[in-house]
Write a protein that binds this ligand. Structure first.
Ligand code: DGY
Length: 338
């Protein structure tokens, strides 16, 4: 049997099934299973998850590969430079997970600062003895500065949420631009990184992991934050030196950390599990039914269109199910390979 599209797992909603109905030579095989490895040789398109890193060796083993679709907006698990060299189109899912991801960042921020998990655990363990003046005191957010790394759609959406809490958004972006950012309900300055860090009572990470941003929040950067600052990371674990952050939590210099992503996940640095004032989630940023279904639709339509453009596949615009809401196909966005 030939395999033209090789997917590693079902996706949420009907999009992948619809794609399979149109292209019956779509096959499902678990990532790196014998079947998946064997099918690579004849595969023209891969569908992978954010947790499934593709290597240059995989591309070598797939001489007919024309496109890779990732069920994510992030592409740091793909060898983008090699894809570009080999003319392999990369399809991702921008746009549709903006609100869901900003929501989870907000949930983490409130959970850390208002000690939600500790309060819940106290009650569930049957240890709650009743209201007390100084019980589980957190810290308020109104009037505080919220530093946002990245002024893409998710950074802007998080800024709107911070603004709604009466916080003052501040931006930094990896292009190092100055000026102001219009985040929809207001404008905020774009600052050099060191200035932003020194002013941020809350620091929320919303930039992609690239060669340029890896380790961006290192020990020296952490030292710039005001005492008691809170860090929220819903982007990628590799943006921050986790051990340095844990050291500062343990010494009381950081007020709290809320994480949805981890360096080397699903492995989690065991020190996080013991660290005080942390809230830890298992990479749930895009995990709503609506968002994951929209991601699947965007991915499948983008992949079919990319293959049609490369020849041999019918154009998905000619009668395929669903409506194209965003355009996701691209060879490689230039700033992803800096
Ligand atoms: C992404 O899309 O990059 C998220 O990390 C997972 O949905």
């Amino acid at each position: 049997m030939t395999t033209r599209i090789l997917a590693t797992s079902p996706l949420v909603g009907p999009a992948l099934v619809d794609l399979g109905a149109r292209f019956p030579d779509l096959r499902l095989a678990p990532f790196r299973s014998l079947e998946w490895n064997a099918a690579l040789r004849e595969t023209e398109a891969l569908v992978v998850l954010v947790s499934e890193p593709i290597t240059e060796a995989d591309l070598e083993a797939a001489p007919r590969l024309k496109a890779i679709g990732t069920y994510s907006v992030g592409m740091d698990h793909l060898p983008l430079r090699v894809c570009q060299t080999r003319g392999i189109t990369v399809v991702n899912t921008p746009g549709v997970l903006t609100n869901a991801t900003a929501d989870i960042a907000l949930a983490l921020l409130l959970a850390v600062t208002r000690r939600i998990a500790e309060g819940e655990a106290l009650l569930r363990r049957g240890h709650w003895k009743g209201w007390a003046p100084d019980q589980l005191l957190g810290s308020g957010l109104a009037g505080k500065a919220c530093g946002i790394l990245g002024s893409g759609p998710i950074g802007l959406a998080f800024a709107r949420r911070a603004w709604a809490l009466d916080m003052t958004p501040l931006f930094w972006d990896r292009e190092g631009r100055g000026g102001e950012v219009d985040f929809g309900v207001g404008r905020a300055p774009r600052l050099p990184l060191i200035d932003l860090l020194q002013r941020s009572n809350v620091l929320s990470l919303h930039c992609p992991l690239t060669d340029h941003t890896r380790g961006l929040i290192d020990r020296a950067a952490l030292e710039q934050l005001p005492r008691g600052a809170v860090i929220i990371n819903t982007a990628r674990g590799g943006l921050m030196d986790e051990n340095a952050a844990i050291d500062r939590l343990e010494s009381g210099l950081l007020g709290g950390v809320g994480l949805d992503v981890y360096e080397g996940e699903p492995r989690v640095n065991p020190r996080w599990l013991q660290a005080p004032r942390t809230v830890l989630l298992p990479h749930l940023g895009s995990a709503t039914v609506e968002t994951r279904a929209a991601m699947a639709r965007l991915l499948c339509e983008g992949l079919a269109a990319a293959l049609a453009a490369r020849g041999g596949f019918p154009d998905p615009g000619s009668g395929g199910p669903g409506e194209r809401s965003e355009r996701s196909e691209q060879v490689v966005p230039p700033d992803s390979i800096k």
